[in-house]
Ligand binder design. Sequence first.
Ligand code: PAJ
Length: 274
Amino acid sequence: MSAHADLVRSQGKTLVFVPTMGFLHEGHISLMEIGLAHGNHLVVSIFVNPAQFGPTEDLDAYPRNMERDLALCQKAGAAAVYTPDSSKMYGPGFETRVIQEALPNHLCGLSRPRLFSGVTTVVTKLFNTVKPHVAVFGEKDFQQLAIIRRMTLDLDFDIKIVSGPTVREQDGLAKSSRNSYLSPEQRRNATALYRCLEETRNKAASGQVDAQRLLQEAKEKIQSVPEAAIDYISIVDPDTLEDVARVDKPSLMAMAVFVGKTRLIDNMLLYPPG
Ligand code: PAJ
């Protein structure tokens, strides 16, 4: 991969990179399309990164379909797909992690303590090997995007970070590789996340800006859904990810909810009236 990147760069091409954990869906494909608007040599990586899964999480169960993924990458215009294996990624004696101080201590980082150091570590390694000019990340994982932007600045990566909007199913459920875990009934119930975000966005836009009250009502709504268990629902400053008391400027509503055993995340920006 590294030699390929050197060759591509020496040809004066603009190398764009979309890192993924595979089991690709339209959300991933949309990032590839956005990438190709920013460069002319698209590299996709497919790597289910053990370093970002906790000991009780779904590493082994994580859905995989390499053959289908490769065909989708080719169709989307990828010039190369990088599929490292874990024993090479984390060879004998591996012991270094990239750790960020503040941004991981919110939202998903609180219930998944190794998630973001696993992400920053693997993305650093991928950046060093793929050597992209541009890298594309999804707003669906808003906290991850914020962390990658911060890391890119802090560690002087000469890479432009571009984001892509969340791609949804027709009924609003954010596309996710993990949606494949849901039973048909759970799949129907899972639309509650999006409906709740939309309802809250409408309330904020019509002047109900007290965050505690918005959150209380949102939690009641989610709690009424069969098999749903809230991990967190928060309204935060989109830059610092710290809780806000009022939606008096654009604020991020983010949630993680278990539907059965499947942990789903979603988010939406809330805007005050006007
Ligand atoms: P993965 O969950 O496969 O997601 C890869 C990229 O696709 C991420 O940037 C994610 O935000 C984006 N994405 C996922 N669902 C999306 C949707 N519905 N709409 C738009 N974009 C979507 O995120 C990871 O992998 C990993 O943490 C990774 C960055 C690859 C590091 O291991």
